[in-house]
Design a binder for this molecule. Structure first.
Ligand code: GLT
Ligand code: MN
Ligand code: MN
Length: 385
């Protein structure tokens, strides 16, 4: 029996910002002390994580001098080495500073757009220095409240220019880094451009280097749009574009809650884990969530441990599901008539389809057995199978 103890080989990662979260919200001040990056590295390593990711300014304050930057980075590198922790992903903060209040890449002001690209390149440099292979881009301020203020076609053009510039920069520097775009429908802006993973996938095909750009879907963000994360991730996998993933949870249709993975929608979390495991997804299992505002430092640790344990327990449930004779028997029946290549166009298939002898009424009267299948799934989740 597994103890569900996370290990580095499980490839669990957290953003520095997730443990740094001090519980501030629009109605209340911070409730927890500052958690210094070096301490976070130690804590996550002790909990069994593989690595830690960060925004430029989670580590290096925006106003830091070059000397301060070098001192902070050296200290951080030492902690990574001491605790055998990796930095698989880096991202850039293009949303906190007032300069980005009307967008970064999609700002109406040229100099802001240029500064955004400059800041992102510096973040990429830092990531490359620490071995990151993925650069996540969440355009937290790329949107509007006032639709009269921006032509959305022009904004998308500017968005593409920014991403294109970064891709050229990565190529020019010879970095082994891919870009992963993260979607969100709203918050902090009234509306954000490219609100879903599906929208991102379509946008990527318009870029200069689509092969370098994929997606970073987040559970909470897709659920805010009322979408099924499992299906969104499946489409990203289908397109060969799942470069990274943000695991967390969410009560449907609320603000971005970034709750502990699996804390709200267990069945949805189960199918997400099943998808990643069955697809042999090789990327990081990254958690982008934070502890409830009610918590102190111990609660933050319980939160981080909980994310990883829940993933491992769901992994175990996936194994049970895949090994359950009754479930697999049902699935065999359900998929028995699936067949292969029925819709490949050819002279012969055309003839067959044209002359199809098919009892529409009998087929329409047939039950599918999904009630039983779903009940068995729920029973696996409830621990009785
Ligand atoms: C911010 C946001 C997250 C993004 C982070 C990466 S920043 O915390 O809420 O969803 O993944 O930029
Ligand atoms: Mn996220
Ligand atoms: Mn979020």
């Amino acid at each position: 029996m597994s103890t569900y103890q996370p290990k580095p080989k499980d490839h669990f990662t957290f953003g520095l910002w997730t443990l740094q979260n001090r519980g501030r919200d629009p109605f209340g001040v911070e409730v927890r002390d500052v958690f210094p990056p070096v301490e976070i590295v130690r804590t996550l390593s002790e909990l069994g994580a593989y690595g830690v990711n960060f925004h430029d300014n989670d580590l290096v304050p925006i106003e830091a001098s070059l000397q301060e930057r070098d001192r902070i980075v050296a200290e951080f590198k030492q902690a990574l080495a001491d605790y055998k922790m990796k930095v698989p992903m880096v991202t850039v903060n293009l949303f906190t500073d007032p300069v980005f209040r009307d967008g970064a890449f999609t700002s109406n002001r040229r100099q802001v757009r240029q500064y955004a690209v400059n800041k992102a390149m510096t973040a990429i440099d830092l990531g490359a220095e620490l071995g990151a292979e993925v650069f996540v881009l969440w355009g937290g301020r790329e949107g509007t409240e006032v639709d009269a203020s921006k032509d959305p076609r022009q904004a998308l053009q500017h968005y593409a220019e920014g991403v294109n510039y970064l891709c050229e920069y990565v190529r020019n520097q010879g970095y082994d880094i891919k870009v992963a775009l993260e979607a969100k429908p709203n918050e902090p802006r009234g509306d954000l451009y490219l609100p879903t993973t599906g929208a991102m996938l379509a946008f990527i095909e318009t870029l200069a280097h689509p092969e370098m750009v994929g997606v970073n879907p987040e559970v909470a963000h897709e659920q805010m749009s009322g979408l099924n994360m499992y299906h969104q991730v499946a489409q990203a996998l289908y397109a060969g574009k799942l470069f990274h993933i943000d695991l967390n949870d969410q009560k449907f249709s609320r603000f971005d809650q970034d709750l502990r993975f699996g804390s709200e929608n267990l069945k949805a979390a189960f199918f997400l884990v099943k998808l990643l495991e069955d697809a042999h997804y090789t990327g990081m299992r990254h958690f982008d969530a934070h502890a409830y505002r009610t918590e102190d430092g111990a609660g933050v640790q319980a939160f981080a441990r909980g994310c990883m344990r829940t993933y491992l327990i769901l992994q175990d449930k996936v194994r049970r599901f895949n090994a359950d004779a009754e479930i697999q028997g049902l699935l065999r029946t359900i998929h028995a008539e699936q067949g292969e290549g029925t819709l490949e166009f050819s002279h012969d298939s055309l003839k067959t389809l044209r002359n199809l002898a098919f009892d529409r009424v009998a087929e329409g009267a047939r039950g599918h057995g999904y009630e039983q299948l779903d009940q068995l799934t729920v029973e696996v989740l409830m621990g009785v199978r």
